[in-house]
Design a protein around this ligand. Sequence first.
Ligand code: NAD
Ligand code: UDP
Length: 329
Amino acid sequence: MNILVAGGAGYIGSHTCVALLQSGHSVVVADNFSNSSHETIVAVQHLTGRKLTFYEADVTDAAAVESIFLQHRFDGVIHFAGFKAVGESVEKPLAYYRNNVLSTVVLTEACRRHGVSRFVFSSSATVYGDNRSPLLETLPLLPTTNPYGETKVISERILTDVAKTDSSFAVALLRYFNPVGAHESGLLGEKPKGTPNNLMPYIVQVARGQRDCLPVFGGDYPTVDGTGVRDYIHVMDLAEGHIAALSSLKAGVHVVNLGTGKGTSVLQLVKAFEAVNGVRVPYEVVGRRPGDLAECYAGVGKAERDLGWTAKRSLAEMCRDSWRAERSL
Ligand code: NAD
Ligand code: UDP
């Protein structure tokens, strides 16, 4: 297939480009580098030994998107392009609604005009709000606590409404849990700008001595050790989930969780990281982070049934590959 990957220079997008190219698909990336750089495109081509076509373009710009669709015949679109910092979305709601919702509208309009029927959307476990884990795709969507989460809910609804008007439109709404790790070559990875919001990039920065200590947000949750529990998934497993979704995609809307189904606490992740990499990660338990849930992990039966996909890589591999990428990038 010839696939347009919007946001393909980013963390999950670049790993998915590797998986697409290695599965024999052709890839066209559109990215405006708002949170990435051209080096990633070079690295993807280097480590796969294959070429991709790249456009520096903002996918909220309908004219720019139209010009890309006029030059290629796509079999499908994967839409990763968006802003993703929860805290920043509270400070700048309009920037988040504009970028994350408009990009979905513009890309979907182009698909409709050009008869592209496969659309894979990067959604998030955040759309489940404070439903109890394991989170199943059949649960009602609850209000999320921030504009970022709302942009994911709205985009899911837009794509669902479009599918109601066209029985040939095939949409996968992939709800990611907590992607961590990096390609095992160490040539790709996650390089957050400024202070990391997410746990794994913070652990990595403490391990390399860039920060003194990891703040553990809350030690009094009703969990195995009082710290927050999440479903960490290796980014290459996540990437392969997209290939599985594209290959099995049929007309209609398909909501699928991409997670491991296993919960890991903050302290369990810290201990695993220390043990696998032989480094120390000093931490201090501080107050809870507003809006955080005690536990969030996926029900994974639907991904296995519908996509024939399950996450394969262990927590140890996630820790090893995050650390390797940090040292080699
Ligand atoms: P990322 O920031 O690394 O990648 C997003 C890419 O999109 C970047 O390369 C950025 O430059 C690009 N981009 C943003 N807006 C654009 C626009 N208007 N036009 C063109 N390019 C644009 O983020 P990521 O972690 O790879 O996440 C990819 C998607 O997955 C996002 O939609 C995110 O909301 C979603 N998601 C991420 C996580 C996570 O924890 N990383 C979890 C759930 C869902
Ligand atoms: N967390 C933490 N310290 C940090 C960053 C995160 O203790 O510096 C905790 C957070 O409270 C949550 C878990 O780590 O329990 C995962 O947080 P992250 O932001 O990575 O993912 P999300 O909460 O969005 O699922």
